[in-house]
Design a binder for this molecule. Structure first.
Ligand SMILES: Nc1ncnc2c1ncn2[C@@H]1O[C@H](COP(=O)(O)OP(=O)(O)OP(=O)(O)O)[C@@H](O)[C@H]1O
Ligand SMILES: [Mg+2]
Length: 294
C-alpha cells in the first residue's frame, strides 16, 4: 500500500544509463540524482534539452528500471505496480488513438485505471468539463489542435483522481491563453491537496506555479530549492531608484551618487527571474569550451 505520509517522490542516487548505437556506447542520462517531493507540493523539474527530465519521470512511473539508486512513490518502490495506483501522467508527446472521440479516450483510460459502472460516465464528463473540452468531447481526437490534445491528455491523467500528477511539458506548443488555463488547472490541483511534478521550458510559468524547482544538466542536479530562496541566494545586482535628477546629475551619479548629496527614494534588490537563474546555473556548470560553441 502507498503511504500518504511518505514523500510523494523520493529519489536516492538515481542513475540511468542507456546503451546507444551499434557498439552499445553507454550514455548516462541521469546521474546520482537525489530529490524529495513532499505531498501537496508543486515541483518543477527544469533543464536543457536532453538533461534527463523525461528519463527521471519514466523511472518514477516504473516505465524504466534504474541502473543504480532508488526511486519511491509514496514510500513504494517505483518498480511495484502499487506505486502507480495514485499517479496520473501526461507524456511529453502523447500519441493518443486518433479514431476515438475525446470522451471515449478518457473513458478508455478510466477503465484501465479500474473505473467503471455508472460513475465512470459522470467522472469522464466532469474531467472533460474541467479541462474545458465539453463542446469537443464527441469529436475524434485526430481532429484536435495541439492545445486540445494537451487538454484531453490532462483529462486522461486526472480521470482516476490521482494524488500525484506528473506533467511532462503540458504546455508544449500551447498558446498563451491555453498556457494560462493549464497553469490555473495546476493551481486548482494544488488547492485540492494534490502533488504535481511538472517539466516545462516556460520558466515564467514554472515560476508562477511551482513551490520548489530543481535544475538538471546532463543528468546531474545543479540546484534545488524554493524559487524564493534560489532567487535570494547569489550576488544579483542591486537596483536603486533616485529622486528626480536632471541630466547633468544623472551623468555625475555614475561616478559617485552620494557625493551629489541626493537621497535615494527607493532601493531594492529585484528578484532575479527564474530564467536568469536557469541560464546562469547551466552556463556556470559547463566547461568553457562548450560555452563558446554556437
Ligand atoms: N530510450 C533511450 N535510449 C537511448 N538514449 C535515450 C533514451 N531515452 C533518452 N535517452 C537519452 O537520455 C538523455 C536524456 O533524455 P531525456 O529525454 O530524459 O531528456 P529531457 O531532459 O527530457 O529533454 P527534453 O527537454 O528535450 O524533453 C538524452 O541524451 C537522450 O538522448
Ligand atoms: Mg523530455
Amino acid at each position: 500500500m502507498t503511504d500518504p505520509k511518505s514523500p510523494a517522490v523520493e529519489l536516492r542516487g538515481l542513475t540511468k544509463d542507456f546503451s546507444v548505437g551499434l557498439r552499445g556506447v553507454r550514455l548516462r542520462a541521469v546521474d546520482r540524482l537525489s530529490l524529495r517531493i513532499e505531498p501537496g507540493e508543486v515541483f518543477g523539474l527544469l533543464g536543457p534539452n536532453g538533461s534527463g527530465k523525461s528519463t527521471t519521470i519514466k523511472v518514477i512511473l516504473g516505465l524504466l528500471a534504474p541502473t543504480a539508486g532508488e526511486c519511491r512513490v509514496f514510500g513504494v518502490p517505483s518498480s511495484r505496480v502499487e506505486a502507480r495506483v495514485e499517479v496520473g501522467y501526461l507524456p511529453e508527446a502523447p500519441n493518443f488513438y486518433r479514431f476515438l472521440s475525446g470522451r471515449e479516450l478518457v473513458e478508455f483510460y478510466g477503465r484501465i485505471c479500474g473505473l467503471g459502472g455508472a460513475g465512470l460516465g459522470a467522472r469522464v464528463a466532469e474531467v472533460i468539463a474541467w479541462v474545458g473540452l465539453t463542446g469537443a468531447a464527441d469529436r475524434r481526437v485526430g481532429t484536435y489542435s495541439k492545445g486540445m490534445l494537451q487538454r484531453i491528455g490532462l483529462a486522461q491523467a486526472l480521470v482516476h483522481d490521482p494524488q500525484l500528477v506528473i506533467l511532462d511539458e503540458p504546455t508544449a506548443g500551447v498558446d498563451p491563453l491555453g498556457t494560462a488555463a493549464i497553469t490555473d488547472l495546476i493551481r486548482q490541483l494544488k488547492a485540492r491537496g494534490k502533488t504535481v511534478l511538472i517539466t516545462s521550458h516556460l520558466l515564467t510559468q514554472i515560476e508562477d506555479v511551482c513551490d520548489r524547482v530543481a535544475i538538471l544538466d546532463r543528468g546531474r542536479l545543479l540546484l534545488e530549492g524554493p524559487v524564493d530562496e534560489l532567487a535570494a541566494a547569489g550576488g544579483h545586482a542591486t537596483k536603486a531608484t533616485a529622486e528626480t535628477l536632471n541630466a547633468a546629475e544623472r551623468d555625475e551619479l555614475r561616478q559617485w551618487l552620494a557625493a551629489r548629496g541626493k537621497t535615494l527614494a527607493a532601493a531594492e534588490a529585484p528578484r532575479p527571474r527564474l530564467d536568469q537563474i536557469f541560464i546562469e546555473q547551466v552556463e556556470r556548470n559547463r566547461p568553457s569550451v562548450e560555452r563558446e560553441q554556437p
